[in-house]
Design a protein around this ligand. Structure first.
Ligand code: CP
Ligand code: NVA
Length: 307
């Protein structure tokens, strides 16, 4: 018999809907204190960051600890990885020490390379093209506030970035309608949208934020300048392109009266979202941030505890 492959958590598109649901159920059970004590006892999880992080870093470290495991924070800069040791060798060495590896990286190719060579589960902690842990938290948050997400209309306004791309994958797996308003030059990749549509998702793409937001149950935005954009062509051009997509009170007024507002954070008040909206009664951004902790526990329990 062959070796069972590790339970990587790389992209939402890798999973069928029931498996993602199982992770969310585990998340909800972890959140409500229904799990047995210390399901990750004796397990060590390496957390590699090539880029800054507040939520991902702290929620993974605290989450592993609360489940009885041991987290190890690893800044790529301080590893040999940061001075040229290959991802493949890093994967094989770390697999001899730790029980799972989380990676935040600028390059999805590195994540895939790590997963290809690791013999322990690899978890995507954000890449240039995806942020699946964020989406698990976002679906959990939506459902806590508004019930089942299937059939609901979620609107995205702004950059067609990594988080937007994971929203597209989530729409296919959790069966919500996703309307994205982005400048045409910053639209998510056509092949990803084609994939989602082939999977049966309803994805509507427009350059008009009002059209996207009209009647929506949830409105989401994110920074105009993602970490992977910081190197290219100064932020000013992006700011000009994205200014019409700001999530402000006038735009939010087009959504359903009880629409909720999400943002993965960190936020830039006065840019992609206004102070009035992020601090307003419809905003659930801090519940959403908290749910990173719970959602990731669901992922960890699926990957490591055989649940
Ligand atoms: N939302 C999110 O991933 O935040 P961090 O960059 O702080 O981890
Ligand atoms: N789109 C943002 C998300 C940060 C959590 C970025 O990649 O910088």
């Amino acid at each position: 018999g062959g070796v069972t492959p590790p339970r990587h958590f790389l992209e939402l598109s890798d999973f069928d809907a029931p498996t993602l649901r199982r992770m969310l159920d585990l998340a909800a059970r972890a959140k409500s204190g229904q799990l047995k004590d210390k399901p990750l006892a004796g397990k060590t999880v390496g957390l590699i960051f090539e880029k800054p992080s507040t939520r991902t870093r702290v929620s993974f470290e605290v989450g592993v600890h609360q489940l009885g495991g041991h987290p190890i924070m690893l800044s790529a800069k301080e590893m040999q990885l940061g001075r040229g040791e290959s991802v493949a060798d890093t994967a094989r060495v770390l697999s001899r020490y730790v029980d799972a590896i989380m990676l935040r990286t600028d390059s999805v190719a590195k994540l895939r390379e790590l997963a290809r060579h690791a013999t322990v589960p690899v978890i995507n902690g954000l890449t240039d093209v995806s942020h699946p842990c964020q989406l698990m938290a976002d679906v959990l948050t939506f459902e806590e506030h508004r019930g089942p997400i299937a059939g609901k209309v979620i609107a995205w306004t702004g950059d067609g970035n990594n988080v937007a791309q994971s929203f597209i994958q989530a729409a296919a797996r959790f069966n919500f309608t996703l309307r994205l308003a982005t400048p045409p030059e910053l639209a998510p990749p056509a092949q990803l949208i084609d994939w989602a549509r082939r999977e049966g998702a309803t994805i509507e793409l427009t350059s008009d934020p009002v059209e996207a937001v009209r009647g929506a149950a949830c409105v989401v935005t994110d920074t105009w300048v993602s970490m992977s954009d910081e190197k290219d062509g100064g932020p000013t051009a992006r700011h000009n392109q994205l200014a019409p997509y700001q999530l402000n009170e006038a735009l939010l007024a087009q959504a359903a009266p009880d629409a909720i507002v999400m943002h993965c954070l960190p936020a830039h008040r006065g840019e992609e979202i206004t102070e009035a909206v992020i601090e307003g009664p419809q905003s659930v951004v801090f519940d959403e941030a908290e749910n990173r902790l719970h959602a990731q526990k669901g992922v960890l329990l699926w990957a490591l505890a055989g649940l």
